[in-house]
Design a protein around this ligand. Sequence first.
Ligand code: FES
Length: 105
Amino acid sequence: MPKIHVTDWSGTEHVIEARPGTSLMEAIKHAGIADLAAICGGCCSCATCHVYVAEEWLGRLPAQEEDEYDLVSDTEVYRANSRLSCQIEVTDALEGLRVTIAPEE
Ligand code: FES
């Protein structure tokens, strides 16, 4: 299982193992990192699974769908490297991915 580096709101970095076929949001929740609310459960309707992707990974993730972009870009804490973690499927290609959980609005 790929190891993914997740930085929480306190700045602590967690190295989690993510099961391929699940979403990055599910992997972060499964690891017990409470800062990711993911209220809608992955339906792409809440934006509380918002993460910032490390610059070196931006071109290596599958492209954003329009509905993901519309939702995340409407948040006050949107950045160019914002993604919704429920919309990122875990694959072995994500080994070493680094993300930071975005602050609450
Ligand atoms: S969990 Fe709600 S948009 Fe990702």
